[in-house]
Design a protein around this ligand. Structure first.
Ligand code: GH3
Ligand code: MG
Length: 553
């Protein structure tokens, strides 16, 4: 679906929802009229007053969301007055029924729906994350501008080993034709010895003309002089490298700048007992590229957490049967969900109530009606930070790969999945050859760069559905679901060859490294331990047989 079609579908769904909501408002008004009649007849006015308050609260929260902010405000004022009436009625005072009837009658529903552009809702927010269900990793396009053809081609080759698709041109004027669909993810501008401050400034200007939203710029140069650095900084450059190029270092910076993999969509659970309000939030978040599920029944939320595994809960505060804050308490009792962000969404505007809600396990409080763009921004900010934290906990700081314990957990999860659906899975163990020598000769810091380079290679080459971990110091493990040993061998052979070709620079010298690889397939054993052991034995054999090779069990 194109973006325009997406937008039209979103708008027509919203339109339907708004119409449905108007109809429902009519029913709510009828219900309130009925309650007023009961009030006059019954001896105990408290239950009817309570239900009236509840209905007013729902309108206070919902009307603004569906483009009727005035109605929402009136309902809110009346809801507050209602509390006083209830308290006085509890003390035996008379209920001012006719005044209530006038006030409720004044809550008229606007004849026609307001223009959907007009309400306080912002235009459809931008997609905040990758398209739902996006498949394999998109290989990032790079533009290399180098007047020296030979040098440009060499850089193209070197970066290909890391899974990039670089395109080289000598002049910027021919760059646009190389990227007809979309601009490159980054530009590497390679300067000749004769180029200086002025040429960088002029080139940066030209880049802005060719690509109106210029991608991150990195500059490669022969000299370190301050004026060139300054020109690069003024041109918005985000990396500066001296020749001879240390390609893994350049890749490291590229990874930081353009991100390693396409992000999976954020997963959000909406808990609200008002189906239309929940549907509205659901559409807004989905339009922003998120995966959303709704749950109206508080008793089912724990089950929903374990099946859907959301990264954030959007929680209504006032729900019948179990309030949002009570439900948050129940969720926080489960160790696994102690850290999940909970955002309360409520028409409650009283500061003390909001503070009470936040004190009972919530992370933020959004007051209904909440602006669509604000909702998306708030949800995105919370999920992205939660993801970053979860990553820091699960991932190794040097390589960004899963830690030992996490990659073993991933193997267990994938093994049980493949046993269920009858597919095969491969486990790969990979170890750098004679790595001790690298450390001893070039120093530990250089050794670290080698480890990182191999990690980059693996992340670039493997699919998003694959799990990759740093199993030990210079030992890596990958779990490839749905992969045959033949496919795994082809893939790992490519990685083995690429690694060998990478030139590492240290102490003004250049060196290469190799690795040994063991592969085992899940059909070999029924348990994760057996497959892991088989892969380990295959790796041992690869070492025994002379290293720099792959063995399959
Ligand atoms: P083999 O080919 O048999 O695997 O030989 P090797 O030298 O690679 O294996 P060995 O187990 O003898 O040495 C591994 C070295 O890896 C020793 C250790 O200091 C180094 N190492 C482990 N973790 C790190 C790390 O995080 N950074 C660096 N720079 N070195 C590490
Ligand atoms: Mg080793």
């Amino acid at each position: 679906m194109t973006e325009n079609e997406d937008q039209r579908l979103f708008e027509s769904q919203m339109e339907l929802l708004r119409e449905g909501y108007r109809e429902k408002l009519g029913q709510q008004m009828d219900k309130m009229t009925g309650l007023l009649e009961n009030l006059e007849k019954s001896l105990d006015p408290l239950p009817a007053l309570e239900t009236l308050g509840h209905e007013l609260h729902k309108i206070a929260g919902g009307a603004g969301i569906f483009g009727m902010p005035e109605l929402g405000k009136k309902a809110r004022t009346l809801e507050i007055q209602m509390k006083g009436i209830r308290e006085r009625a509890a003390l035996g005072q008379e209920v001012p029924v006719s005044e209530l009837r006038t006030a409720i009658g004044a809550l008229h529903v606007p004849e026609s729906l307001p223009d959907p552009e007009a309400p306080l809702t912002s235009p459809l927010p931008e997609r905040s994350s990758g398209k739902a269900g996006a498949g394999d990793v998109e290989e990032p396009g790079l533009l290399i501008i180098d007047p020296d053809d030979k040098r440009g081609r060499e850089l193209v080759l070197a970066l290909r080993y890391f899974g990039y698709i670089p395109k080289h041109c000598a002049k910027l004027s021919s760059a646009a034709a190389l990227f007809p669909q979309r601009p490159p993810h980054a530009i590497l501008l390679s300067l000749s010895a004769s180029e200086n401050f002025f040429s960088v400034t002029a080139l940066a200007e030209e880049i802005r003309e060719v690509f109106p939203q210029p991608p991150p710029l990195m500059v490669l140069s022969d000299s370190l002089d301050f004026s060139t650095r300054l020109a690069v900084a003024r041109a918005g450059g985000q990396g500066f490298f001296i020749r001879p190029l240390d390609v893994p270092k350049v890749v490291d910076r590229l990874e930081q700048l353009i991100g390693r993999r396409e992000m999976a969509p954020y997963r959000v659970l909406i808990v609200d007992d008002e189906p239309m309000v929940a549907e509205h939030f659901c559409l807004v978040l989905q339009a922003a590229g998120m995966e959303v599920q709704r749950e109206e029944d508080a008793a089912r939320v724990l089950d929903m957490l374990s099946t859907f595994r959301p990264e954030l809960i959007l929680m209504d505060v006032h729900m019948e049967g179990c309030s949002g804050t009570e439900l948050a308490g129940i969720i926080r009792m489960e160790e696994e969900w102690v850290g999940i962000p909970i955002l309360y969404l409520s028409a409650e505007s009283k500061m003390e109530e909001q503070i009470r809600a936040l004190n009972s396990g919530g992370d933020d409080f959004l007051t209904k009606p909440v602006d669509d763009a604000y909702l998306v921004a708030s949800v995105s900010a919370h999920v992205s930070r939660a993801r970053r934290l979860a990553e820091l906990m699960a991932k190794d700081s040097l390589t960004g790969l899963l830690k030992h314990i996490r990659i073993k957990e991933a193997l267990e999860v994938e093994m049980s999945r493949s046993n269920r659906d009858g597919s095969t899975l491969c486990v790969v163990m990979l170890d750098l050859d004679h790595f001790k020598r690298v450390n001893d000769t070039w120093g530990h810091a250089t050794g670290d760069r080698v480890i990182k380079a191999l990690a980059h290679l693996l992340t670039r080459r493997l699919r998003r559905s694959d799990s990759i971990g740093r199993y030990g110091g210079e030992e890596f493990m990958a779990v490839l679901p749905g992969c045959t040993p033949e496919k795994a061998e082809i893939l790992m052979e490519e990685i083995r060859k690429n690694l060998k070709t990478i030139e590492f620079h240290a102490k003004e010298e250049v060196f290469n490294v190799t690795c040994s690889i063991g592969i085992a397939c899940s059909s070999l054993g029924s348990s994760p331990e057996e497959v892991l052991q088989a892969a380990d034995q295959a790796l041992y054999r690869a070492k025994e047989e002379g290293r720099d090779r792959i063995c399959i069990r």
